[in-house]
Each structure stands twice: as structure tokens, then as C-alpha cells.
Design a protein around this ligand. Structure first.
Ligand code: COA
Length: 153
């Protein structure tokens, strides 16, 4: 599925103190990043916010909402310099396992049709497209649709 990780990061709960590092990654890898407020709100709302750390280095993170037997993956990100080394796959595995352990039977997420890397990753994990949300995302010019993907857990 992906390169075997040479280094083994640890999954640790994201905290307010992580947000400067999170935002540095976020701004570097998204054309329309989440704001610091989006992460702060997610932390305060008790969403599953997890950081993927290799020693002191923040390699990636995810934000997951689990409720009523369903999970929504709201954010999954790997630092630019660490991409394509299996971290996204490991993080997705961790997020799906966490969702399952919290009683979710299905997981949902949105992805831009133009995000080929993410679509390839999710496809490898058995996600399939179930609907389109028209004009869901801001884009350079106007808006971009979101594909809604889902997988059983
Ligand atoms: C999507 C993302 C999380 C993938 O993380 P990653 O650590 O690079 O993923 P992996 O190394 O585990 O890759 C797993 C598979 O995904 C696919 N993939 C990953 N990056 C890809 C790319 N740039 N182009 C095409 N396929 C890609 C490949 O099938 C890959 O397997 P392979 O390397 O054996 O070919 C990462 O690219 C990222 O953070 N992107 C920016 C943020 C983002 O778009 N998040 C998802 C929002 S829905």
C-alpha cells in the first residue's frame, strides 16, 4: 500500500500549544487552509484532534468527528516535506481505527475533485464516491465542488 515507514511517529492528542506548527503546515499545503480558529473550535468542541509526531517534529495531523455511529474525517494532513512516505496512509489507518473504536460503522469525508493525491489515497482504503456538494469549497476563481466519499468501518 505505501512505503514502510523507516521512522515511526507517535499519535498524540493535539493541544492549543501545537497550533502554530499545525498552521505552518496547513498554510504550506492548502490553497485554502483552515484557520487557527477552526482548529481551536475543533479542540474545544471535543473533536478527535490528533498530532503525528516524530520526536519533536510535527509530521501530520487529523481531525475526526465521531457521533451517532458515524465518523467524519474533517482534516487529514501531512507536512509537505514528509509526503509520499506512507504517513498519510498510517494516519488514515489510525483515524479509521479510532472511529471504529468509538462505535462508528461508517466514515465520511469531503475532497476536492482536483485533489488527485487525496483521492488516490482514499481509493486505496476502499472509499467510494456517494455524492457531490456543488460549490462547497472556495477556489481561486469562484467555487469548487466537493466529492463526498464514504467507507464502511
Ligand atoms: C493527501 C495526503 C494526506 C497524502 O499523504 P501522504 O503521506 O503523501 O500519503 P502516502 O505516502 O501514504 O501515500 C499513499 C498513496 O496515496 C497516493 N498518493 C499520495 N500522494 C500522491 C500524489 N501526490 N499523487 C498521486 N497519488 C498520491 C498514492 O497512491 C500513494 O501510494 P504510493 O506512494 O505507494 O503510490 C497528503 O498529500 C497531504 O497532506 N496533502 C495535502 C492535504 C490534503 O489534501 N489532505 C486531504 C484533504 S481531503
Amino acid at each position: 500500500m505505501s512505503a514502510v515507514l523507516k521512522d515511526a511517529p507517535r499519535l498524540v492528542r493535539m493541544q492549543d500549544g501545537d497550533l502554530s506548527e499545525v498552521m505552518a503546515i496547513e498554510r504550506a499545503i492548502y490553497t485554502h487552509p483552515w484557520t487557527r480558529g477552526n482548529f481551536g473550535d475543533s479542540l474545544r468542541a471535543g473533536y478527535q484532534c490528533w498530532a503525528w509526531r516524530l520526536g519533536s517534529e510535527l509530521v501530520g495531523y487529523f481531525v475526526l468527528l465521531v457521533a451517532a455511529g458515524e465518523a467524519h474525517l474533517l482534516n487529514l494532513s501531512v507536512a509537505a516535506a514528509r509526503q509520499r512516505a506512507g504517513h498519510g496512509s498510517e494516519l488514515l489507518k489510525e483515524a479509521m481505527q479510532l472511529a471504529r473504536s468509538r462505535g462508528a460503522q461508517r466514515i465520511f469525508l469531503e475532497v476536492r475533485p482536483s485533489n488527485l493525491a487525496a483521492k488516490a489515497l482514499y481509493g486505496r482504503f476502499g472509499f467510494r464516491e456517494i455524492s457531490v456538494r456543488p460549490g462547497y469549497y472556495p477556489a481561486h476563481e469562484g467555487r469548487e465542488d466537493a466529492l463526498v466519499l464514504t467507507s464502511a468501518l
